[in-house]
Design a protein around this ligand. Structure first.
Ligand code: 2AL
Length: 250
């Protein structure tokens, strides 16, 4: 099967890391294609970044559909454009926040999220509520490292590890959810350092998509998530339009 892992930001080095982490868990019959859009923000850490990442995601879904992709991972912890992606794709689409929170809910009574900047914590709380995880999510904590500095800050691993340890202690949590795709490669190190289960959403979402495809399950298309109606789009978004069918004659 072919799983397309979409890093919704345009930073290729982060896409490469995400691809490695997805491939490390995918089964032998699964091919992982990791991509990022060519348009959009270099990192996603505001509501504006998130909104402007969605056209690039939809462009990547359209390309995936033309190649027969079996399922998709949206690899940003804000889970941007999830509903739109589910309309546009034939196969299942799983976001990393959604996947990580569900996986963590199997590991104990409560989990804490450790994310990048404090300004992204509101979105993480909203997603916990949206996914029915309010009773499980005990805290959302920021390490105040911007997304792209995860790759360059030599102290990033130590700072995030200590933030995870303190989050679990403060919240009395059984597990940690990492709140950024750029933290995926730290998951095993942090888990062995703090002695708690630590969930990386990239791995979790890749395996959930693989499982859904293996079970022959895909997004229900009979209502809300049916393909969008054909229509004209204008300006910068003109390429997203679909030609309307001519009115039936006679
Ligand atoms: C993210 C993420 O996963 N990718 C990105 O660009 N921003 N999440 C976050 N909380 O900063």
């Amino acid at each position: 099967m072919l799983i397309k892992v979409i890093n919704p930001n345009t930073t290729a080095s982060m896409t490469a890391k995400i691809g490695e982490c997805a491939r490390a868990v995918a089964g032998p019959g699964t091919l992982v294609e990791a991509v990022n859009p060519t348009m959009g923000p270099a990192s996603i850490e505001s509501h504006v970044d998130e909104a402007l990442s969605v056209p690039g995601i939809l462009e990547q879904i359209a390309l995936g559909e033309s190649k027969g992709v079996d399922g998709y991972v949206i690899a940003c912890f804000g889970d941007p454009g999830m509903d739109a992606a589910r309309e546009a794709a034939t196969g299942p689409v799983v976001g990393i926040a959604e996947a990580a929170m569900h996986a963590a809910s199997f590991l104990g009574r409560g989990f804490s999220v450790v994310t990048t900047l404090g300004r992204t914590t509101g979105r993480a709380w909203d997603l916990a509520s949206h996914y029915g995880m309010s009773g499980r999510c005990r805290g959302v904590h920021a390490c105040e490292i911007p997304v792209l500095e995860l790759e360059t800050d030599p102290d990033a691993r130590t700072i995030i590890t200590e933030a995870c340890r303190e989050a679990a202690r403060h919240d009395g949590s059984d597990a940690i959810v990492l709140g950024c795709a750029g933290m995926a490669d730290l998951c095993d190190h942090i888990s062995s350092d703090i002695g708690l289960p630590v969930v990386d959403g990239v791995a979790a979402a890749t395996l959930f998509v693989q499982s859904l495809v293996t079970m022959g399950l895909r997004t229900g298309k009979s209502g809300e998530f049916a393909a969008p109606l054909p229509k004209r789009y204008s300006g910068l978004l003109a390429g997203f339009g679909t030609p309307a069918s001519p009115p039936a004659s006679g």
